[in-house]
Design a protein around this ligand. Structure first.
Ligand SMILES: Nc1ncnc2c1ncn2[C@@H]1O[C@H](COP(=O)(O)OP(=O)(O)OP(=O)(O)O)[C@@H](O)[C@H]1O
Ligand SMILES: [Mg+2]
Length: 138
């Protein structure tokens, strides 16, 4: 069932909630159109995991993958939007460390990554445009 995130603060709160449940080895697929809030949610998760609410968490659109060190171990934040070919995903090493927590935007570009998901978070902009709808699938 979809839950409404009324504003940015609600997205940040969900990020903190998810961060508390994530464990090493989890792979979170963040689904949703451009601007649906995938990076905003990943940023909130990463800030919560690092304990630094002001940490700079850029969109990994160009870097493709951005690593972070956290008390729960390494976190990888990836955005596959600009991936040329699904085979290139191996070079990003998203599945190399079984103890990493991996957050992936535009995972649809790689069936291998989609298949490895332990949690799928689908974000969408509701008709009217206020807030965001979110559905979690484990
Ligand atoms: N619950 C919410 N209600 C309204 N706006 C929100 C909410 N959560 C996030 N936003 C806003 O939605 C936008 C989401 O942008 P973001 O970069 O996270 O999208 P994205 O899904 O990562 O897009 P892309 O596919 O380009 O990577 C931001 O401007 C953010 O402030
Ligand atoms: Mg993004």
């Amino acid at each position: 069932m979809a839950r409404l995130l009324a504003d940015d603060d609600a997205t940040a709160a969900l990020g903190a909630e998810l961060a508390a449940t994530l464990q090493p080895g989890d792979l979170v697929v963040l689904e949703g159109d451009l601007g649906a809030g995938k990076t905003a949610l990943a940023r909130a998760i990463i800030r919560s995991l690092t304990g630094d609410q002001r940490m700079d968490v850029p969109s990994p659109t160009f870097a493709l993958v951005q690593p972070y060190d956290t008390p729960k171990g390494p976190v990888l934040h990836a955005d596959l939007y600009r991936l040329g070919d699904p085979r290139e995903v191996d070079e990003l090493g998203l599945l190399d460390n079984p103890d990493a927590i991996v957050l992936v935007e535009w995972a649809e570009r790689s069936p291998e990554i989609v298949a490895a998901a332990t949690l799928t978070v689908a974000l969408s902009i509701p008709p009217g445009g206020d807030g965001r709808l979110v559905t979690l699938t484990r």
